[in-house]
Ligand binder design. Structure first.
Ligand SMILES: [Zn+2]
Ligand SMILES: [Zn+2]
Length: 363
């Protein structure tokens, strides 16, 4: 099968022919239909997060089940599925405590395969690493059944793929991690696929004002189209002051969809006493953020969000239903559709910051 392989940091992905195992117990072979290109993939290409190489990236994905391992009862060949990096073991303290996105995870492989014997991809005698237990920049994926949710087959694959990461991450940060109240004032920093989903989460939850912040004018226009009530250009030197003035003293909830040191710090600076900042984007490994310590006496809070605090087997079908009802816009998040051979263009385009999401579509 054709796959896009990362062999060296900061180099283009190479399109290669690789082979894949067949499913062992609890595993599922999936034909990839659509895979979004997410900023997290770029983090690994640029080396701000590290991974063993070579590796096939990609984790925002929808497809169709081809074959299942001999004890898989949840799925059958022909099912439409969305993949999620939040694979759950279903037996650890986090899973049983209702927070499966924070699953302690390792037991799942103890039940099935050792760490050395995870699903494998090959090129000749060479082993190619799997990424976040998915590796969706390839025509097929071999994954554990607990990394998949069965979804409505009538929704287009590109839209389903985006639910697999960006939509769930943004929507979930607002609805599940921060759990904002109707009438809240919200600010979202970064208006790509995740930020626009956070804006929609705030709209769906009944936020009174939703302030969108980005450097790119066209993205601020998109933010308005997805529910933002106000915009602030991040090109301004006074982003924090502008948001504080606009919101009469700071917002109740802020969301940093970018995960850059400066935006993470801004997300804390723009909340009012008692407000909560939620870091949604991936802050590169080793980066420290600095906060004004005096803010804690005002009960200002800052917290992380892991993939929208998802319980993806129940959340994703709900988000897809919101889409079907027209209350969640996903079509407009798909900026361009490309073939796997054009994946490096998608990665380059992401760096310019002009687009919401590129989606790789497979025949
Ligand atoms: Zn992602
Ligand atoms: Zn678990």
């Amino acid at each position: 099968m054709k796959a896009a392989v990362l062999r060296e940091i900061n180099q283009p992905l190479s399109i290669e022919n690789v082979s894949i195992d067949s499913p062992k117990p609890s595993e599922v072979l999936v034909q990839t239909k659509a895979s979004g290109v997410c900023r997290s993939d770029l983090h690994y290409i640029e080396g701000s997060y590290s991974h063993d190489l070579p590796v096939i990236l990609g984790h925002e994905v929808a497809g169709v089940v081809i074959e299942v391992g001999n004890n898989v009862s949840y799925l059958s060949p022909g099912d439409t599925v969305v993949g999620c990096i939040s694979i759950f073991c279903g037996r650890c303290e986090r899973c049983l405590g209702g927070r499966p996105a924070l699953c302690l995870r390792d037991p799942i492989w103890g039940l099935l395969r050792t760490a050395e014997d995870r699903p494998k991809l090959y090129k000749g005698n060479e082993t190619i690493n799997q990424f976040l237990r998915l590796s969706s920049f390839a025509e097929m994926m071999l994954v554990h059944e607990n990394a998949l949710v069965k979804v409505d087959p009538e929704v287009p694959f590109e839209q389903l793929a985006l639910v697999g990461c960006g939509v769930t991450t943004g929507l979930g940060a607002v609805l599940k991690t921060a759990q904002i109240e109707a009438g809240s004032t919200v600010a979202v920093i970064g208006c790509g696929g995740v930020g626009l989903s956070a804006i929609q989460g705030a709209r769906i939850a009944g936020a009174l004002r939703i302030i969108a912040i980005d450097t790119v004018g066209s993205k601020l226009e998109m933010a308005i189209a997805h529910g933002a009530t106000d915009t602030v250009s991040a090109l301004s030197n006074n982003v924090v002051e502008e948001v504080i003035e606009m919101s009469n003293g700071g917002v109740d909830y802020s969301f940093d969809a970018l995960g850059i040191k400066v935006t993470a710090e801004q997300s804390y600076d723009i909340i009012r006493p008692g407000g909560t900042a939620t870091i949604v984007g991936l802050i590169p490994e080793g980066v420290k953020i600095e906060l004004d310590g005096a803010g804690f006496i005002d009960e200002k809070r800052i917290q992380g969000s892991c993939m929208g605090s998802n319980q993806f087997r129940t959340d994703m079908p709900r988000y897809i239903e919101l889409y079907k009802q027209g209350r969640l816009k996903i079509d407009s998040l798909v900026s361009q559709r490309l073939k796997i051979d054009e994946i490096n263009k998608a990665l380059e385009d992401m760096k310019t910051g002009e687009i919401a999401r590129s989606v790789i579509v497979f025949d």
